[in-house]
Design a protein around this ligand. Sequence first.
Ligand SMILES: NC(=O)c1ccc[n+]([C@@H]2O[C@H](COP(=O)([O-])OP(=O)(O)OC[C@H]3O[C@@H](n4cnc5c(N)ncnc54)[C@H](OP(=O)(O)O)[C@@H]3O)[C@@H](O)[C@H]2O)c1
Length: 338
Amino acid sequence: MTEMMKAVQLHEFGGPEVLLYEDAPRPTLASDEVLVRVHAASLNPPDLYLRDGYRALPAEWRPNATFPLILGTDVSGVVAAVGDNVSQFALGDEVYAMVRFPEDLMKGSGAYAEYVSVPVSELAIKPAGINHIQAAGAPMSLLTAWQFLVELGHHAPNPFQSFDHAPRLLDGKTVLVNGAGGGVGHLAVQVARWRGARVIAVASSKHEALLRDLGAEQFVDYTTTSVEAAATDVDLVIDAVGGPHIESFLSVIKPGGAFFLVNPLGFSGHDAAAERGITVSSTQVRSNGAQLAEAGRLLNDGTIRVVIDSVYPLAEASDAHRRASRGSIQGKVVLSVV
Ligand SMILES: NC(=O)c1ccc[n+]([C@@H]2O[C@H](COP(=O)([O-])OP(=O)(O)OC[C@H]3O[C@@H](n4cnc5c(N)ncnc54)[C@H](OP(=O)(O)O)[C@@H]3O)[C@@H](O)[C@H]2O)c1
């Protein structure tokens, strides 16, 4: 008999109202997978894009989905079963992961549920010093900051450029983080600080106290101050916002510096950057259990903190998506599952 669970499923693309809390079959396990009893799952922008059927993309790029599908990549929970070839994890281990990303980008990785299957290579032991809500908030945002700023960790083809993204040495350098209050941004601030950088955080004013507390030396409120007027001689800008206006950041970067685009779509400043000797680079985050284990040490000892914007029960995932759509997120929006 098929074992069932509660999950938030989509039967069609659309607004937050298409997220339905209902019964669904528990995932089956491949031999190299672990079944995780989910305690918490966090929201990330790709969840909202997929819920909407990637409407912002040209029609030919949009997913041909098989419904029902279950959104969500980021989980923290407890190992409930292991596949035949799994020896690294045991029943009862507390674990966290970013699941099958970008492989399941267009079909959903299944984290908005009581159980999710996770390839063993994508799993890490949850840092004991933080709870499941905090751990669930980490994976995609932290792996993005890590793969941009510390170590790429793979040579998979890069959908945004023909060369591998290469992180830079940050010790003693000035790093400007745009979108610093959001999921990626607040972790990028802390990772850059930990790597020895002096950090300038750019965000709306409600994030100032937090970002100074997380280690930003300078804060720029983009709603009242032009970044070009407030910053100069920056070694590296990491932008976690996107959009055409971000080209203006080129003017604050030193010749020889770098501009890392977390959301590169629509950027057209490549020629201007080349003229000024600025390297522009981007990458797509990829699941990586080993990196989560390494970064987990920093979560465990408090060097890096996951800030929680808000928590919703799994059954209220549609309200969580409404919160995320309003923008101005501070840290992470998380679903509590048990
Ligand atoms: N390359 C990859 O693999 C990858 C991985 C993860 C995410 N992403 C992309 O990166 C972007 C950020 O993701 P996220 O998870 O960090 O999103 P998020 O949690 O929603 O954070 C976005 C942040 O940007 C701030 N913001 C909005 N407009 C701004 C502006 N004009 N200037 C400065 N800050 C502004 C918002 O707050 P305030 O307006 O209040 O400051 C918010 O805190 C998304 O586009 C996402 O798709 C890409």
